[in-house]
Write a protein that binds this ligand. Structure first.
Ligand code: GLU
Length: 384
């Protein structure tokens, strides 16, 4: 790998999100691994205190392990399937998790804060802005936020699903420079090294490279929710706000200190895409949408290639039940989502406005608000 790229990425990084997975945190489910947690806390303190290359950094920890630790404490040997059992385990385990980070960080002279989030917190604009301000305030005060999904209350509709996704969305929320995903593997291989003797290690790639998903396969662990694939998708998401991602083995000695000293460790997935405006990134990070609008080929061309607004004249169908101000998908004639944005009209109004010119809105609805369905300032193109 070109070590200059690595040292520039990490040397310049001021705001870092570090995500550690369940199997590392709980020593493969045997129980919270105090030595490992203490060791990451020691390294985080070195980063915050400016002991690595003389640069003080802001650090956020996204830690899994609540369910695995809860299972251990409750004496459960296999992961339950019932949602309430998982939620109960998370509630039990999160106590121990937060307590251990608090103890180990405070031994290093650092204050910590527990932050539990659901996707609904970030999908709602007001709560998203609140979460962002709170995290910025904690960082200003040199407090280390220790974040996890609020597993005890999440349902399918409002969950991130896995902490790789949560890590990426937090990186976008705080506009971090780097997302570090610490896992039980050294990084990404071109194929599964247990099955393919020709598999080679990927030192560096562009996060947007479409061949990465294929390389990642589906391998995950029985303790955590993610596999390599969720880490690749997380890197793609984080790239949207300009953050590069590194996937590295969490037990690599001094992994964080060495990374931020410029050493090439693990797989670096660089953010080559242009940094998205924060509000547009917020829309791109919605995991579930309330509705979608299909448009004709002419509208696809105008939106995608000319950066135009979505006008009702180009709309062919409206799906879902959404309100004014909701984030909705814009789909091509083949049904593929290529953009999304904030609806100026609710779904029941949009259905009536399909194929209409703005001067006809009043006659159709009895009133008229904005002349377009989604204004270009509130519209984000996907996959760029
Ligand atoms: N939030 C879950 C936990 O703390 C972990 C999710 C994941 O493994 O990605 O147990």
């Amino acid at each position: 790998m070109n070590s200059t790229d690595s040292s520039t990425t990490f040397g310049k990084a001021r705001k870092i999100v570090i995500k550690v997975g369940s199997s590392l945190v709980t020593n493969e489910g045997k129980g919270l691994d105090r030595n490992a947690i203490a060791d990451w806390c020691r390294q985080m303190a070195a980063l915050v205190h400016g002991d690595v290359q003389g640069t003080p950094r802001e650090v956020i920890m996204v830690s899994s392990g609540a369910i695995a630790e809860g299972m251990k404490r409750l004496g459960w040997t296999s992961r339950p399937h019932e949602i309430h059992a998982l939620q109960a385990a998370a509630a039990v385990g999160q106590m121990g998790l937060a307590q251990m980070y608090e103890t180990e960080l405070s031994a290093m002279g650092l204050a910590s804060a527990q932050v539990l989030l659901t996707h609904a917190d970030l999908a709602d604009r007001e709560r998203y802005l609140n979460a962002r301000s709170t995290l910025s305030t904690l960082l200003e005060h040199k407090v280390i936020p220790v974040i996890n999904e609020n597993d005890t209350v999440v349902t399918d509709e409002i969950k991130f699903g896995d902490n790789d996704t949560l890590g990426a969305l937090v990186a976008n929320l705080v506009e971090a420079d780097v997302l570090v995903i610490l896992t039980d593997q050294k990084g990404l291989y071109s194929a599964d090294p247990r099955k393919d003797p020709n598999a080679t290690f990927i030192h560096e790639a562009k996060a947007s490279d479409p061949s990465l998903e294929e390389m990642a396969g589906g391998a995950g662990s029985s303790l955590g929710k993610g596999g390599m694939i969720t880490k690749i998708i997380a890197a793609k998401r984080a790239a949207g706000s300009g953050a590069s991602t590194v996937i590295a083995w969490g037990r690599e000695p001094d992994v964080l200190i060495r990374l931020f000293s410029g050493e090439a460790i693990g797989t670096l997935l660089t953010a080559s895409t242009q940094k998205q405006q924060a509000k547009k990134q917020w829309m791109a990070d919605h995991l579930q949408l309330r509705g979608s609008i299909c448009v004709d080929a002419g509208a696809v061309q105008k939106i995608q290639n000319q950066g135009k607004s979505l006008l009702c004249i180009g709309m062919t169908a409206v799906q879902g039940d959404f309100a004014r101000g909701d984030v909705i998908a814009i789909c091509s004639p083949s049904g593929q989502e290529f953009a999304r944005g904030l609806a100026n009209y609710a779904s029941f109004e949009a259905k009536l406005l399909c194929g209409k010119l703005s001067q006809d809105f009043e006659a159709v609805l009895g009133y008229s608000a904005e002349p377009e369905m989604i204004h270009r300032d509130n519209l984000v193109l996907l996959g760029r």
